[in-house]
Design a protein. Structure first.
Length: 240
């Protein structure tokens, strides 16, 4: 994608059918600005200039994050689950591949065929993570929907590269990032509340954050913890 310089910053500028301007800072510091098709250049520049400090802050945050370890899915590796690290124990055996957790020994077990590749082992573990996350979401919605005063018509789980969750306001559908199952449970709760709050207010404005203060007074702690995490670069990008 060609770069353009706006307010002294190199920007991936994308014009597409949409209603409002959208800014995203990716891991590595890349900046993407998506704007409606006929937005004047002056309006785009004003939009970027107004967010210059925000952009620099997020670029600095990405720069200070430790790189993600390259996982081979072999015994002895550390893999997170709900904020705790577990030692992976791989057993090669015939039968259906599966994963399971042993809390007592702090081990995450992976049973796979002997000829399985690291990618195949990763897929088995990802399926287990997905199952674990899906099991927890209904209970969290049951708890938090009365607090927020809004109900999601439906929900889903998918891998996202840049955001922890997204809310389709018209459909009242929320999506949660699969990576949330690796973080402490309060972080998952924060994202659920965050997306439900969008059913009151679409924008991240003063009203939105005020409502979030009301529903979950300690949300900043959980948001800050998530901000320290570098999401997997191989995932597909999505919305907040």
């Amino acid at each position: 994608m060609p770069l353009t310089t706006i307010a002294g910053l190199e920007i991936d500028l994308v014009r597409q059918r949409m209603r409002s301007l959208r800014l995203t800072v990716y891991a590595g510091g890349r900046i993407r600005v998506a704007v409606p098709l006929h937005t004047p250049a002056t309006a785009v520049e004003e939009f970027v200039r107004a967010r210059h400090a925000w952009i620099q802050k997020h670029q600095q945050q990405f720069a200070t994050r430790a790189p993600r370890p390259v996982l081979q899915y072999v015994s002895g590796e550390q893999h997170p689950f709900l904020g705790r690290l577990y030692e992976l124990q791989v057993t090669t055996a015939p039968g259906r591949p599966r994963a399971w957790l042993d809390e007592a020994t702090a081990q995450l077990h992976l049973h796979v065929p002997s000829e399985s590749t690291s990618a195949q082992r990763a897929a088995v573990l990802a399926a287990w993570y997905r199952q674990q996350l899906k099991q927890r979401i209904p209970g969290l919605l049951q708890h938090w929907e009365p607090v927020v005063g809004r109900q999601a018509a439906s929900w889903g789980v998918k891998q996202m590269r840049t955001r922890w969750g997204t809310c389709n306001i018209g459909a009242r559908r929320i999506w949660l990032n699969l990576e949330l199952i690796k973080r402490p449970l309060p972080c998952l709760e924060y994202v659920v509340v965050h997306e439900l709050t969008h059913l009151h207010e679409r924008l991240h404005n003063a009203r939105f954050w005020g409502l979030l203060d009301q529903f979950m007074p300690d949300w900043r702690t959980h948001k800050n913890e998530l901000n320290q995490v570098l999401l997997p670069p191989s995932s597909q990008p999505d919305a907040d």
